[in-house]
Design a protein around this ligand. Structure first.
Ligand code: ATP
Ligand code: MG
Length: 387
């Protein structure tokens, strides 16, 4: 049984279909990154999961229990939003303690002053303080526990909000861009902390981000949602190496994947009249897209070994060099990611020959779905040429 299961969730806002039948299973202890461009419905899906909004259709099952009749407060879900809502009159420590106090203390035990005379209150309060301290330590905010939100930076407030959500053991964690207000360095650091906390607590997590690098680096599996559909749910490596849809291929990878219009004729792929040594499994004559990641585009020595192009722009990034080249045959840009050694002596405006590893090229049909493709063997090329 999955820890969390979504079946055919649909949602429209004033006639606009935002979620078009999303199904997703999260296994126990799993960390799922939900990614997709702005406006694709990520937050809407999380809000529905948390019970803050209702789906038009579909089913949500958490720990084997159907959630449709269960109110948000009773779902035992912890959620961190992009806009962290801390109580401004409480200190960081008190903010973090709120969810624990709500669960562990009775109504009378929580009363100011009077509560301290109710049996058991002091012991429970002490245990809560210990848990808060420990949580704060692991997020490196233990020195801030006595400050109020107004006395902290945006990044510090966000970590307090994160600590408040993570201090108890919910059945599911939902995080909606929880690191978006942090600067780049702190963000990378906080990613590591969240992954570490997740590993220790083992609570199934759905983590929304539109940062593909964050998704690939943190998640067990990545769910790519585009236009209200979940296009692929797979490990980061499969999402990167073996995308099922052209939009998935485009969404991950930096610099982004090269996509050029191509033609498949009886399975042979070409563009601008140039055969590519690649066979796609599609009948007849069809417009397709050829996609190849920049790391599989190399410079060839001899013109007959590749595609003629001109260098438009060079970006030096330290350990790598990004070459933006315009293909002479079709005028499209092809990006190559090279080592500084490979790129030495290359300058803007220069003619170059690009070779694409046929084994690494991908072919997508007009509807965006991946087509099976494989490098042509020499025999097959000849056979086709004569047949
Ligand atoms: N309450 C609402 N009423 C009407 N439209 C809404 C409502 N909530 C969201 N939408 C619309 O639904 C679409 C999806 O919104 P959502 O907030 O889920 O996107 P998102 O994927 O989280 O985007 P982002 O990455 O920018 O946060 C958007 O077009 C948004 O304008
Ligand atoms: Mg959102």
């Amino acid at each position: 049984m999955s820890a969390l299961s979504l079946r055919g969730i649909t949602k429209s806002f004033s006639g606009n279909a935002i979620l078009k039948g999303v199904s997703l299973d999260v296994e126990s202890g799993e960390f799922i990154a939900l990614v997709g461009p702005s406006g694709c419905g990520k937050s809407t899906l999380l809000r529905i999961l948390a019970g803050l909004d209702h789906a038009d259709q579909g089913e949500i099952v958490i720990g084997g229990e159907d959630m449709s009749a269960i109110a948000a407060a009773d779902r035992n879900i912890a959620m961190v939003f992009q806009s962290y809502a801390l109580y401004p009159h409480l200190t960081a420590g008190q903010n973090i303690a709120v969810p624990l106090a709500m669960r562990r203390l009775s109504g009378t035990q929580r009363l100011p002053f009077v509560g301290s005379f109710v049996p058991g209150q002091r012991t429970t309060r002490a245990a809560i303080a210990r848990d808060v301290k420990e949580m704060a330590k692991s997020l490196k905010i233990d020195h801030l526990l006595d400050r109020k939100p107004g006395q902290m930076s945006g990044g510090q407030r966000q970590r307090v909000a994160l600590a408040r959500a993570m201090v108890r053991q919910p059945s599911v964690f939902l995080m909606d861009e929880p690191l978006s207000n942090l600067d780049a360095n702190l963000r990378v650091h906080a990613r590591g902390e969240i992954v570490e906390l997740h590993r220790r607590a083992g609570v199934p997590t759905v983590y929304v981000t539109h940062d593909q690098a964050e998704a690939l680096s943190m998640a067990d599996r990545v769910a790519v949602m585009i236009g209200g559909n979940l296009l692929q749910l797979a490990s980061p490596q499969v999402i990167y190496d073996d995308p099922a849809h052209i939009e998935v291929a485009r969404f991950v990878g930096q610099p982004r994947i090269n996509v050029v219009p191509a033609l498949a004729e009886n399975g042979l792929v070409s563009f601008g009249g140039i055969r590519l040594g690649l066979q796609a499994y599609i009948a007849g004559r069809a417009d397709v897209s050829l996609a190849i990641r920049p790391e599989f585009v190399r410079l060839a020595n001899a013109p007959q070994d590749g595609l003629a192009a001109h260098v438009e722009r060079i970006e030096f990034l330290g350990s790598e060099v990004i070459l933006y080249c315009k293909l002479d045959a079709i005028g499209e840009i092809m990006i190559a990611k090279l080592t500084p050694a490979e790129a030495s002596g290359i300058s803007a405006g220069m003619p170059v020959t690009l070779s694409l590893s046929p084994g690494k090229a991908m072919v997508f049909a007009e509807d965006g779905n991946r087509l099976q493709a494989s490098p042509l063997t020499v025999d097959a090329t000849l056979e086709r040429a004569h047949g």
